[in-house]
Design a protein around this ligand. Structure first.
Ligand code: ADP
Length: 514
């Protein structure tokens, strides 16, 4: 039995990684970036600091250790909070233009070092170089956008209720923000928060995900080079084991005014509870369960292209990835056939730094097992596998297309975070909307239609924070990112993102004589 399994695994590996195995990949690919950007210590008060121990960062494609990083604990987290708190009193006195200029310099440095920064992402997170470069462009765009927004924070002068008064509403930075980020966008999820925070005049302590601390530390190096003052941007990397104790400091310390988090809904709920005791502001970007609806009137080629982009980006590991595909009866077979063909020609598994690769590994074996479990469950309940269907060596999973999917299957009830594309067939618009909205999550939703009235009806009826109409990839710094229901609180990017880091102070200027 064992030898059969080994043979089978080798056969599958040969199918998807022609000419290479995990061991040959280990020999072939090694992280090679400018030493200044490969930082492995914490960054507090403008200094690189060691911790009592380290934790390993591994390349998810090969399982090879690529760095040992300082495992910061609650003491370092507290030190970072104190440093951010001290720095806040000078940083908030900078003019908006001064803050804007520094953010712009930071943006310029990210652009200058985009190749090395992208390599760090590929090696710690697994995504392809093309996607990592796109992430650096996306990540730096938030520094650029908020360097511009910094100078556009306006208060109000409003009509007073008596003749002897004038009423002003001032916008002021909230203070120290704790920023806790995930591994799937190791750079962009930091800048989307920190760009807004720094523009507003707040200082930050970042706790990056344990799988991907290197991108956060490279951002710290470049923040220092850009001249962002000591204590304004701090990074405390830590292992999975230390995370709860570090998280507790960041969410409960009275000197912290705000917690901004991107990650799973389960973790978000823990952080919300912790932040409640000291009544902190919170901004939560949590899980998604995006529907992707294809109506009979859709342009099928565009719908297929949108489905490919929306599902297989980052091997399906984004919170806005489409998770449930609802396809109307009249177009179902045509769509599924073309989608299968696109998967055959466009998707190639491998190491992210191989230019031929379009699909890297999942972040770890646990993530791959979750997808495998959803596939097994769906098949046991009557789904048919049209493409893929297997977990491979390490954390690789074959891009998988399932049809005959029903709403009782795990893959239509839980966020997948992997390359599994389940197709549910439906008859009417009402039926599609009922399925799409039958979720506690409400982050993104997508649909393809050429019927103008239907486009407005469905956009307004979908219970989500972001809608892609005839588009599969919609995130951009100019637009608001965020969800409804249990997908979160608050908005990032856009003109609204900076509001999360500002308080409104009412000034009543009284006793005026005429
Ligand atoms: P995932 O399961 O995909 O890693 P998480 O929501 O657990 O998603 O992780 C997102 C971020 O939240 C990571 O930086 C992780 O370390 C952090 N995190 C997880 N648990 C806690 C916790 N109890 N306190 C603070 N941060 C946490």
């Amino acid at each position: 039995m064992r030898s059969f399994c080994l043979l089978r695994t080798r056969y599958l590996l040969h199918q998807v990684f022609p000419g290479q195995s995990i061991t040959t990949m280990q020999r072939k690919y090694s992280l090679n970036v400018c030493a200044q950007l490969l930082r492995t210590q914490g960054y507090i008060d403008g200094h690189w600091i060691s911790a009592a121990s380290t934790f390993p960062v591994v390349d998810p494609a090969t399982g090879e250790e690529i760095a040992k990083v300082a495992d910061c604990g609650p003491a370092e987290a507290k030190q970072a909070v104190d440093s951010a708190h001290k720095a806040f009193y000078t940083w908030k006195q900078y003019t908006a233009k001064e803050r804007s200029v520094l953010l712009r310099k930071w943006f310029d440095l990210l652009t200058l070092h985009k190749e090395d920064l992208a390599k760090l992402i590929t090696f710690e997170c697994g995504k392809t170089m093309k996607e990592s470069l796109a992430e650096i462009a996306y990540s730096s765009s938030f520094l650029e956008w908020f360097s511009e927004q910094a100078r556009r924070v306006y208060g109000d002068i409003v009509q007073p209720n008596t003749r002897d008064r004038r009423i002003l509403l001032l916008k002021q930075p909230v203070g120290v923000a704790s920023v806790i980020t995930p591994w799937n966008f190791p750079s962009a999820m930091i800048t989307r928060k920190v760009g807004a925070a720094l523009a507003a005049g707040c200082t930050v302590v970042v706790k990056p995900a344990e799988d991907t601390p290197l991108s956060a530390l490279a951002l710290a190096e470049l923040a220092g080079q850009a001249g962002i003052p000591a204590g304004v941007f701090n990074v405390v990397p830590c292992s999975r084991e230390k995370t709860p104790s570090v998280g507790e400091v960041l969410c409960t310390d009275p000197l912290v005014a705000m917690v901004s988090f991107t990650g799973s809904t389960a973790t978000g709920k823990i952080l919300l509870k912790q932040a409640a005791d000291t009544v902190k502001k919170t901004s939560m970007e949590l899980g998604g369960h995006a529907p992707f609806i294809v109506f009979d009137s859709a342009d099928v080629d565009k719908a297929v292209a949108g489905a490919m982009a929306s599902k297989f980006r980052n091997s399906g590991q984004t919170c806005v990835c489409s998770n449930r595909f609802l396809v109307q009866n009249g177009i179902h077979d045509h769509f599924v056939k073309k989608l299968g063909q696109a998967m055959d020609t466009e998707l190639r598994l491998g190491h992210g730094s191989d230019p031929n690769t379009t699909q890297g590994p999942l972040i770890n074996v646990r993530a791959a097992q979750k997808v495998e479990n959803q596939i097994t469950d769906a098949v046991s309940r009557g789904a048919t596998v049209l493409r893929g269907g297997k977990r491979l060596d390490g954390s690789f999973v074959q891009p998988t297309l399932l049809v005959d999917v029903t709403t009782d299957m795990l893959c239509t009830q839980q966020e997948t975070f992997g390359p599994l594309l389940p197709v549910i067939r439906f008859n009417t618009e009402e039926e599609a909307l009922a399925i799409a909205n039958a979720s506690q999550m409400g982050l993104a939703g997508y649909f393809y239609s050429q019927d103008i009235s239907q486009i407005w009806r469905v956009t307004e009826a979908l219970e989500v924070g972001m809608v892609g109409v005839n588009e599969g990839i919609i995130s951009t710094s100019e637009a608001s990112f965020g969800g409804v229901k249990q997908s979160g609180l608050g908005r990032e990017g856009s003109k609204y993102g900076i509001d999360e880091y500002l308080d409104v102070k009412y000034m009543c200027f009284g006793g005026l004589t005429h």
